[in-house]
Every structure is written in structure tokens, then in C-alpha cells.
Design a protein. Structure first.
Length: 499
């Protein structure tokens, strides 16, 4: 293990400057995350522009804090008002809100916070041990291996996405096409610009993310009247008893283990982890009939799983440059905007950046535990504000953020267009996450494809003659073939449906 890198990272992470931005990120993430319907992707999309003027490690630390805070905020709304702030909090609402209705709202919030802290701590240790080892293996990758790895990542994201596989495949292709817009680097030929000079440099991922996941969420939430006139559960005792702590420990550990594995998978992430953890807890429980009626394990397991998955999803992003979910795609975009190419070289060439991010994960979890429980009253007041009064301020924030990047009104209009498109995609039951993954990975896939073909003198069998590349393409093909099996399709659909 690189102890000198760890010391450098700890020095950076514990500096007053980075601690301040980590705290700001956790606070802002929680503040926006508690608003029903605005999860981590929408939150990071909206706040991304404010990090562009910061040093790389500070920007990533702040974005990571926003990520954890938004996830924590989602559980708060799920428990107190039965409105999941994000997809992974749907399971939290099943038993968390029932606990709140039984007068155990404080214990439910504390269970979510403690479970998330334990899971985050253990998953952070896993990231610190696994990522350097994986990066050493990834250094052996050539252009052919990287291309095949990205193909595997996109196929896995399609298989694990919500809804129809055909819809997910279409969204991935649309994202790849959007990534081609602009001027070809090698030939200088304009592609899909329609003669519009503002598109010569391509479409900024910030515009796509803020439009589809920010503006699109706002339009969808305005049409969802469930966020109005909700009944808030009362909070009495906050901390769980010793017996409740003992009861939550096994589900927390099981959820941490399951979430740590699923977080690494492309397309998996916190949502799949939380649903899978709930199903696991229900199967191992001696009283499965209690689930859905305030079972402590039904809250502790999924909350631990989604937090562990959030931490370990950094592993493929930092070591391979492959986003396992839309949030990590935004992180990759942020690194590229900072002039850093994600991949195995990050750990070895910029150890301070890597270890500062890893150590800040634990710092962020401590901040959430210490900061949010005393501030529950503030989050409750924010939940009670009518969404119709909040959305104009969110729209202005999005418009200002996009305009500040290139000082271009065209970018603002384009963001609005993507916002409308994002809303239409949701109405058509098309999960937009594969679109963002395809958009981020598309240009990199094209570059690695060209390099591989150039080195092989135009021989396309290079992707099959390289063993690692061939194995990854084989796995991708197997994943696609298994989706044709009716039993597999049923299991896939059941994985995202709460009982």
C-alpha cells in the first residue's frame, strides 16, 4: 500500500479548505435531497457548475459530499412523509414510514444514519484496499481491452436498468449518438451539428445532465401532486435503545456486504443494492410478516446497502474510468472538465487526489452523522414548503449554472430542450440513466476503437485475439443472451418491485 500517498491524501482531506467544502457539500446535498423527487443525480447536476473553479481534489470532495448528503436527505423524506427522495429510498419508505407512524420516527432516522455510517466506513476501507490492486491490473489494458470493457459496462447498465431492456438499449444508443455531436478530433469534420456554430465543440455533459435529470425532474414533480399536503410523522425519542442497536447490527453488516459488491457492478448502484438487501432481509427473517409494517431490519439493511454501494461505485470510476451509475458518470465528467483523464493512471500519477477522495468519504459520513441528526427540525421545515414555491428558484439556479460555463444563452435553451426531452422519456417509461452513461462513454469508446484498429492495422479480430478483451466481450454477449430467457426477465423485473 502506498503510505506516502495516504499521508498526502490525509493532509489534503483534513486541510481546513477541503473540510469546509466537504461540509458545504454535505449540507447542500442534504438540503436539496430532502426535497421530494430530487435525488443525488439531479442534485449533483444542478450544483456541478459551482465546482469548476475549484482545485480537482476539492471539487471531487465537494461533489462526493453532495452525493452522500443527497442520499441521506432522500431517506429523511421517505421516513417522515412517505415520499422517497430518490429511487433507492423507495424501500426505506416501506418500513421507515410505518415506524414513524408508530411514534418511532426518531429511531427510524437514527437507524438510517447509524447504518449508513457503519456501511460507509467499512465500504471506504474496501475502496482503499481494492482500488489500488485493481488499478495495477488495469495498467495492463490496451485500447482493445478498454473498448471491450466499456462495451461490457454499457451492456451491464442496460441489463440492470429499470423497465424495458429495449427502452434501455435505445437510450444507450441515443446517448452514444449525442456524444458524436461536434468536430471530429482526427479529421476535423463536423458531425451532426446542423451548421450550428455553438455545437462545434459538442454538447456539454453538464447541459445534458441538468436538462434531463434537473429540469426533467422538476417538470415531472410539478405534475405529481403527492408532494403537496402530505402528513408529517411526529418525532419523539431520537436514539434507539441498546436492544435496537443489537437488532440492527446483523442487517447492517449483511446490507454492507451486499451493497459493496453490487455498487461495483455497472448499472447496479444504490437502487439495486437497496432492493436486493430488502429481499435478503425478508428471506432470512424469522418474522417476514412484519416487513412492510415497521420492521427494523427492513430499514437498516437497505439503508446500509445503498450507502455501501454509493462508496464502492467509486472503485470502477477511479481505477478503470468506467461509471457504474449516472452519478459516477457526472464525476467522470467533472474530472475531465478539470483536465484529468479517469483511469488507472490516476492512482499512480496523482496519489494525493485519489487518497484525498477516499479519506474524505469517511469524513463525509462523520459529518452527516454529526450534522444531520441535530438539524432534523430544519429538514422537516423544508419538506413542509410547497414545491410550487421552490421550483422557480431551482430553475433559476439551473439556468445560472449552465450560463456561467460558456456565457451562452444557447446553452440555456439547449438545457430546457433536454429538460422537456427528459420529461417525455419518463412519461414513456424510458430510464434516462443509460443515455447519460452512453453519452459519457461514447467519445472514449470511439477513441479506444480507433487506437485499437490503428495498432492492428485495420484488423477487427484484435478484440478477439487479446484474451482479456475476448473474455469481456464474451461476458457481454452472455448477458444479452440471458436476457432472452423468460425466467431471467421475470427476476429482473421483480428485483426493482417492492413486495
Amino acid at each position: 500500500m502506498d503510505f506516502s500517498g495516504i499521508i498526502l491524501g490525509a493532509t489534503a482531506a483534513f486541510s481546513a479548505y477541503n473540510l469546509l467544502y466537504c461540509l458545504i457539500g454535505c449540507f447542500l446535498g442534504t438540503a436539496i435531497g430532502v426535497l421530494p423527487g430530487l435525488g443525488p443525480v439531479a442534485t449533483i447536476s444542478m450544483l456541478l457548475p459551482i465546482t469548476f473553479g475549484l482545485p480537482p481534489e476539492t471539487a471531487l470532495i465537494m461533489l462526493a459530499g453532495i452525493f452522500y448528503g443527497a442520499q441521506y436527505g432522500g431517506s429523511t423524506t421517505a421516513i417522515l412523509v412517505n415520499l422517497p427522495g430518490e429511487a433507492s429510498s423507495v424501500v426505506t419508505a416501506l418500513d421507515g414510514y410505518q415506524m414513524a407512524r408508530q411514534g418511532k420516527g426518531g429511531q427510524a432516522l437514527a437507524t438510517a444514519a447509524i447504518g449508513s455510517f457503519i456501511a460507509g466506513t467499512l465500504a471506504t476501507l474496501l475502496v482503499g484496499f481494492v482500488a489500488p490492486i485493481l488499478s495495477l491490473f488495469a495498467l495492463k489494458f490496451g485500447p482493445a481491452e478498454y473498448f471491450s470493457l466499456m462495451v461490457l459496462g454499457l451492456i451491464a447498465a442496460i441489463v440492470l436498468a429499470h423497465g424495458s431492456v429495449l427502452h434501455a438499449f435505445g437510450m444507450m444508443l441515443l446517448g452514444l449518438l449525442l456524444g458524436l455531436v461536434g468536430t471530429d478530433v482526427n479529421s476535423g469534420v463536423q458531425r451532426f451539428t446542423g451548421g450550428t456554430p455553438q455545437l462545434l465543440d459538442g454538447i456539454s455533459f453538464v447541459i445534458v445532465a441538468m436538462g434531463i435529470f434537473g429540469i426533467g425532474e422538476i417538470i415531472a414533480n410539478l405534475g405529481d401532486r403527492k408532494s403537496e399536503n402530505t402528513q408529517l410523522a411526529q418525532i419523539t425519542r431520537l436514539m434507539p435503545t441498546l436492544s435496537e442497536l443489537r437488532a440492527m447490527l446483523p442487517p447492517v453488516l449483511r446490507g454492507t456486504a451486499l451493497g459493496s459488491v453490487l455498487g461495483i457492478l455497472p448499472g447496479g448502484g444504490a437502487t439495486l443494492a437497496s432492493f436486493s438487501a430488502y429481499a435478503l432481509e425478508k428471506k432470512v427473517s424469522s418474522k417476514p410478516e412484519e416487513f412492510g409494517h415497521g420492521a427494523l431490519a427492513g430499514l437498516a439493511g437497505p439503508e446500509s446497502a445503498n450507502n455501501a454501494a454509493a462508496q464502492t461505485s467509486f472503485i470502477p470510476m477511479l481505477t478503470l474510468g468506467i461509471p457504474s451509475n449516472p452519478v459516477m458518470a457526472l464525476m467522470i465528467g467533472a474530472l475531465i472538465m478539470q483536465g484529468i483523464q479517469p483511469g488507472p493512471s490516476v492512482i499512480h500519477e496523482q496519489p494525493m487526489l485519489f487518497w484525498a477522495i477516499v479519506i474524505s468519504m469517511w469524513i463525509g459520513n462523520v459529518m452527516l452523522l454529526v450534522l444531520n441528526l441535530p438539524l432534523i427540525g430544519i429538514w422537516v421545515r423544508m419538506i413542509s414548503v410547497r414545491y410550487s414555491l421552490l421550483f422557480p428558484a431551482i430553475l433559476v439556479f439551473c439556468a445560472v449554472g449552465v450560463f456561467s460555463i460558456n456565457k451562452s444563452l444557447f446553452d440555456v435553451y439547449l438545457m430546457v430542450g433536454f429538460g422537456v426531452a427528459g420529461y417525455m422519456l419518463r412519461r414513456l417509461d424510458c430510464e434516462p440513466a443509460p443515455l447519460l452513461l452512453g453519452f459519457i462513454l461514447g467519445p472514449m469508446m470511439e477513441e479506444y476503437l480507433r487506437r485499437a484498429m490503428l495498432l492492428a492495422k485495420g484488423d477487427p479480430t484484435v478484440f478477439l485475439t487479446h484474451p482479456i478483451s475476448a473474455v469481456m466481450l464474451m461476458i457481454a454477449a452472455v448477458l444479452l443472451l440471458t436476457m432472452a430467457a423468460p425466467a431471467v426477465r421475470r427476476k429482473r423485473e421483480e428485483a426493482f418491485v417492492e413486495e
